[in-house]
Design a protein around this ligand. Structure first.
Ligand code: PBG
Length: 326
């Protein structure tokens, strides 16, 4: 093996064409999923305070936005619904004419080939803000499962292309798979939030989705941030239950988790660049403290380099615009 002065690693860095030739990781718009918030009502397009550039839309205001997203060649969106009425069991999550169900129909009509993924979780629909039914002050895993299955089925019946459970109940992928198969939806994939941590980086999302728990926190069901072996078991459980794509969330503080899940399973792997990660970059950029475009591309490239195939990110539209400029 050559050593210095014959060996010079700088040789392949000298020009952009040389760097491009040996680049190991490439970020592409086709890797991205854009998360969106839909709210019940009419004529609404309101910006989320802690997430500049991200809006809540009522279903009637979606077509223009969807056309823009499809025009930017972003392949998929992830939908979150914010209903008017919340109750103990989150029953507005599976109404035929619920806010997400309406939004799916508008989206599929506006841009049929845009992949519509729906978040399956009760926290935006329950009055207490937890991701399941409460029994004796705790989130009851087994009582929650049938509601999640009903919710996923209701989204798919409205036209959703992929169901994405994010609640962290044990057994949810299994019951959702059974519910979909039972109604002839064997072809609909499940993207499971397999390793979802109890993270402070969800703060801005909870403002956006009005889903802050009214008591306690989510540490009894979401994962403990110091654990990585447990993430492998979580992903394994979801794969055994029938998940088609597995996800690690958040992304930036969990790059090691992404890498280990990637090294363990040959399944498509997604990572969620969450609301708090977005808000930090936006806030610093607004102050002029860092170069937004370069920082965003560096972060998303790092998530891919760690092993993610797919990235869910609120930066998706910006990335798509930047790639058109080049
Ligand atoms: C619902 C859900 C959350 C996020 C996605 N699905 C919030 C939570 O678990 O509290 C967070 C997304 C983000 O922060 O961007 N359970």
């Amino acid at each position: 093996m050559a050593t210095f002065p014959q060996l010079r690693l700088r040789r392949m860095r000298r020009t952009e064409s040389l760097r491009a030739l040996v680049r190991e990781t490439r970020l592409d718009v086709s890797d991205l999923i854009y998360p969106m918030f839909v709210v019940e009502g009419k004529g609404i397009k309101e910006e989320i305070g802690s997430m500049p550039g991200v809006f809540r839309f009522s279903p009637d205001r979606l077509p223009a936005e969807i056309k823009e997203i499809a025009g930017l060649k972003i392949p998929a969106v992830l939908l979150f619904g914010i209903p008017k009425e919340k109750d103990d069991t989150g029953s507005s999550a599976f109404q035929k004419n619920g806010v997400v169900q309406q939004a799916i129909k508008v989206m599929k009509k506006t841009a049929p080939s845009l992949i519509v993924i729906t978040d399956v979780c009760l926290c935006e629909y329950t009055s207490h803000g937890h991701c399941g039914i409460i029994t004796n002050g705790e989130v009851d895993n087994d009582k929650t499962l049938p509601l999640l299955a009903r919710m996923a089925l209701s989204h798919v019946e409205a036209g959703a292309d992929i169901a994405a459970p994010s609640d962290m109940m044990d057994g949810r992928v299994k019951v959702i798979r059974e519910a979909l198969d039972g109604k002839g939806f064997q072809h609909i994939p499940i993207l499971s939030y397999a390793a979802k941590y109890a993270s402070a980086f969800y703060g801005p999302f909870r403002e956006a989705a009005e889903s802050t728990p009214q008591f306690g926190d989510r540490r009894g069901y979401q994962m403990d941030p110091p654990n990585v072996r447990e993430a492998i078991r979580e992903a394994g459980q979801d794969i055994e239950e029938g998940a088609d794509i597995i996800m690690v969330k958040p992304a930036l503080s969990y790059l090691d988790v992404i890498r280990q899940v990637r090294n363990t399973y040959d399944y498509p792997l997604a990572a969620y660049n969450v609301s708090g990660e977005y808000a930090m970059v936006k806030a610093a950029a607004q102050q002029g403290w860092l170069d937004e475009k370069r920082v965003v591309l560096e972060i998303l490239t790092a998530i891919k380099r760690a092993g993610a195939d797919i990235i869910l990110t609120y930066h998706a539209k910006d990335v798509a615009r930047w790639s058109k400029e080049e």
